[in-house]
Design a protein around this ligand. Structure first.
Ligand SMILES: Cc1ncc(COP(=O)(O)O)c(C=O)c1O
Length: 419
């Protein structure tokens, strides 16, 4: 684990040769910038006095090459309607081939104005009211909203927890399928558990979906955030010919390069008929173009982003290891699920002996840390919280010290009340 503290206060310093070192220790005040993570704390946690570690964006500076690309565009005084730049799709297709060994044809891919909107478009264009859609909780909660808000039926295929990680329950998955089941929304890699599903696991799911002719939507926003030394990401559509023909895949540079406010994502649909259904819906909704800044930023990521991405992942991995060791030594009542991808950690707090609501309040009001309540991720979220470690290590350390002191206070109170 590298210590970045010796690096400069600015975003980056050129190294000898061409490699730049980035500084992830820099503390940046996000207050009063309308940052959801920071400026919604009062409304959500009842106090502004929390270290915000909830919304899934990073407290690291958005990389210099993105900011430069946007500045460069601003140098031209007219921000008029723009076409998709010619190199946008070739860069994306090459990135996917290089990083995920999936050969995507240019015509399979188009711009998508955000993955959550994309999930809703998929539900609306590929299913009918009252159709059943399977999801695997605990899972990223907008999956539930896009189903229920569009008056489709939410069907849970609960994940199993074994050896400290989530696993699929294949038997239950198949048992949940009825003649009304039309779609399955997969989180690949998984949020909040950080699992990078293996090719074997995905192939088994694909076989069941094939048997029952269930279309799959695979949300792969975390694909480029597999942590050092972990199993590589497998695009669901790449596991079989059937999967290729029956999957809608969503990918984006927004999460990995910390620019989710720019809204830049893409859909990949190899099958002509499926793609036409989805694309026609987007066109009818006039939702099929991006904005000039997201195009420029995306190109910068795919052209220049690899070095930053690898350093960011190494830093995040360091934070995860720091968290794991700190909890083990100081707060063994809290058990983290160690992620294989991304910067979100699912914390099992059952041993603290509080119900989820009380637990959430305890973390915000007693420990001064703002986390996501486990139950918003659906069944299986009881007694859990989700922690975002994409922050300078000193911030993580401060949060953990506050937590240690709050937990000690709570335990002492419990002991003295028993006397
Ligand atoms: C699994 C998953 N999908 C989608 C999103 C958000 O996508 P977007 O900002 O493109 O709507 C997130 C953000 O945390 C996520 O974790």
């Amino acid at each position: 684990m590298k210590n970045n503290s010796e690096k400069s206060e600015t975003n980056s310093t050129p190294l000898s040769g061409a490699v730049k070192l980035y500084n992830f220790d820099e503390i940046i005040d996000r207050k009063n910038t309308n940052a959801v993570k920071v400026d919604r704390c009062k409304a959500l946690f009842g106090t502004e006095n929390v270290i915000p570690m909830w919304v899934a964006d990073m407290d690291f500076r958005t990389p210099d090459f993105i900011l430069e690309a946007i500045k460069k565009r601003i140098e031209h005084p007219i921000l008029g309607y723009s076409m998709t730049p010619q190199n946008f799709y070739p860069l994306l297709v090459n990135w996917i081939l290089d990083h995920h060994k999936w050969e995507v044809k240019r015509e399979w891919v188009s711009f998508l104005p955000g993955i959550v909107p994309g999930l809703s478009f998929a539900v609306q264009s590929l299913t009918n009211i009252e159709d059943e859609i399977i999801v695997q909780p605990p899972v990223y909660y907008p999956f539930f909203h896009v189903i229920e808000n569009n008056k489709r039926k939410l069907v849970y295929n609960q994940l199993l927890e074994s050896e400290g990680i989530f696993k699929f329950n294949f038997e239950d998955f198949e048992n949940k399928i009825t003649s009304k089941t039309k779609l399955f929304i997969l989180c690949n890699p998984h949020n909040p558990g950080g699992r990078v599903w293996t090719k074997d696991e995905l192939s088994k799911l694909a076989d069941i979906c094939q048997k029952h002719q269930i279309t799959v939507v695979s949300d792969e926003i975390h694909a480029d955030m597999v942590l050092p030394g972990k199993t590589p990401h497998t695009p669901f559509a790449s596991v079989s010919e059937w999967a290729k023909e029956n999957t809608v895949t969503f990918m984006a540079p927004s999460k990995v390069f910390n620019m989710p406010g720019l809204i830049s994502s893409s859909y990949i649909i190899p099958n002509d008929n499926l793609r036409k259904k989805f694309a026609d819906f987007l066109e009818a909704s006039e939702m099929n173009t991006g904005n000039i800044f997201s195009y420029e930023a995306t190109i910068a990521c795919y052209e220049q982003g690899e070095n930053w991405r690898l350093q960011m992942l190494e830093y995040v991995q360091g934070n995860i290891e720091f968290l794991r060791d700190y909890l083990k030594t100081n707060i063994p009542q809290i058990i983290p699920m160690i992620p294989e991808a991304s910067f979100l950690v699912w914390l099992n707090c059952k041993s603290l002996g509080m119900e989820t609501e009380e637990l959430h309040k305890f973390f915000s009001l007693e420990a001064g840390i703002g986390l996501n309540k486990g139950t918003v991720f659906g069944p299986g979220g009881e007694y859990h919280l989700r922690l975002n470690v994409a922050c300078p290590r000193t911030v993580l350390e401060k949060a953990l010290k506050q937590l240690k002191s709050a937990v000690s206070g709570k335990l002492m109170l419990a002991v003295s009340s028993k006397r």
